[in-house]
Unconditional design. Structure first.
Length: 323
C-alpha cells in the first residue's frame, strides 16, 4: 500500500502541466492566479500550473504564438488587433468585469472636461497594445492625435509616472490600482489631481482576459485542462476578492525581483477586487460588443477594420462553471 507521501508524489507526477503567461510583472493584478496556485486549487484539479511573469519586453501574444504558453492574460483590444493581423486568438474567460484605465491630470493644467479641455494638451499614452482604447476615445472626441491647437500631442509614456511629475504632460495614463497611487506616493495630493476613468467616459474596453489559440480548442484533452484551469482560477479570484491582504502576501512571496511592497500590493489587490467583482469568469456578450464597437470607431485608422468572428467562446466557461 502506498503511503500518503507516495500518493501525493504519484498525484503530482500525473498532474497535467499548463503554462500561463501574464501580461505584466508579478503583482496583485494577477492575484487570483497566484492564490489558486498557492492554495492548491490547481493541484486539486490535477493541474501543475507554471505562471510566467511578463514585463516591458514580453508580448503575451508572441509568447503564445511561439508555443511558450498554453494560455495568456491580455487586454481585448490588443487581442482583437492581433487576431485581425492573423493570430487566431480566442477569449475563453473574462475574470475582469470592469476597466481600471484612466487619465490622471494635474489640476493646474486647467482640464476639467475632456470634450473641451484636452485640445492643445500633451497626454501620456502607453503603447504595446494599451494605446488602442485611448486612440478610440480621442476619435470619439473628434481630436486629432497629431498635435496642434485642435488636437492632442501624444507622449509615448513609459510604464512610470515621470511625465506628470516632471510636468512633461498635462495628463498621463494610469490604472486605478497602480500608477495613480504612484503619483500619490510621489507627494502629489489627490486634490491636486483630476482623473478621467475610461469606464465613466463610455469608452471602457475589456482588460485582463484569458486567451488561447483556436487550435487549442480543437484538442479535447487541452479543453478539459482549460476547464479545470478556469474553474480553479476563478476560485482563486473570489478568494482574493474576499481576502485582499492574504492575497497580497501570496503575490509578494512570488515576486522574485523584490521590487514590490506589501503596502502597495494590498492597496492594489483591494482596487483589483473592484474590477473582478461581478464576474464569474464567463465573458459578457454585451461587454464584448461594447469593446468591439469602441475599437471600430477609430475614424480613418480604427483598431480593427471589421467585426471579428470567432474571437470568443463560452465552451470552456460553460463546463467549468457548471459544477
Amino acid at each position: 500500500m502506498l503511503g500518503c507521501a507516495a500518493l501525493a508524489f504519484a498525484g503530482a507526477a500525473d498532474a497535467q502541466e499548463l503554462t500561463l503567461q501574464l501580461k505584466w510583472v508579478t503583482q496583485a493584478q494577477f492575484g487570483g492566479y497566484y492564490v489558486a496556485k498557492d492554495k492548491g486549487f490547481y493541484e486539486e484539479e490535477g493541474l501543475d500550473v507554471t505562471i510566467k511573469a511578463g514585463g516591458p519586453d514580453i508580448a503575451p501574444t508572441q509568447v503564445l504564438a511561439g508555443g511558450g504558453a498554453d494560455v495568456i492574460v491580455e487586454w481585448m483590444p490588443a487581442a482583437l488587433a492581433a487576431r485581425e493581423k492573423g493570430l487566431p486568438l480566442v477569449n475563453i474567460a473574462q475574470p475582469f468585469k470592469s476597466s481600471g484605465m484612466m487619465l490622471t491630470c494635474l489640476k493646474e493644467s486647467g482640464i476639467t472636461d475632456p470634450k473641451t479641455d484636452f485640445a492643445g494638451k500633451t497626454l501620456g499614452v502607453w503603447f504595446a497594445g494599451n494605446e488602442y482604447p485611448f486612440l478610440s476615445w480621442m476619435h470619439t472626441l473628434g481630436l486629432s492625435t497629431e498635435g496642434g491647437t485642435d488636437g492632442v500631442t501624444v507622449l509615448k509614456q513609459g510604464f512610470n509616472v515621470d511625465p506628470l511629475l516632471q510636468k512633461q504632460a498635462a495628463c498621463i495614463s494610469t490604472m486605478t490600482y497602480n500608477e495613480y497611487w504612484q503619483v500619490i506616493d510621489a507627494g502629489i495630493a489627490p486634490e491636486d489631481l483630476v482623473t478621467f476613468k475610461y469606464e465613466d467616459q463610455g469608452v471602457a474596453t475589456l482588460e485582463d482576459g484569458l486567451y488561447v489559440l483556436e487550435s487549442t480548442l480543437e484538442d479535447e484533452a487541452k479543453v478539459a485542462d482549460l476547464e479545470k484551469f478556469v474553474r480553479a482560477s476563478m476560485k482563486g479570484w473570489k478568494y482574493a476578492e474576499e481576502n485582499p491582504e492574504e492575497a497580497a502576501e501570496i503575490v509578494l512571496e512570488n515576486d522574485e525581483t523584490g521590487a514590490q511592497t506589501i503596502e502597495h500590493q494590498t492597496r492594489m489587490m483591494t482596487e483589483i477586487a473592484k474590477l473582478t467583482a461581478g464576474s464569474n469568469g464567463a465573458l459578457d456578450e454585451a461587454d464584448y460588443q461594447r469593446t468591439v464597437d469602441i475599437l471600430l470607431a477609430g475614424g480613418s485608422d480604427p483598431v480593427i477594420s471589421k467585426a471579428p468572428e470567432g474571437a470568443w467562446s463560452h465552451a470552456i466557461t460553460d463546463k467549468a462553471l457548471a459544477e
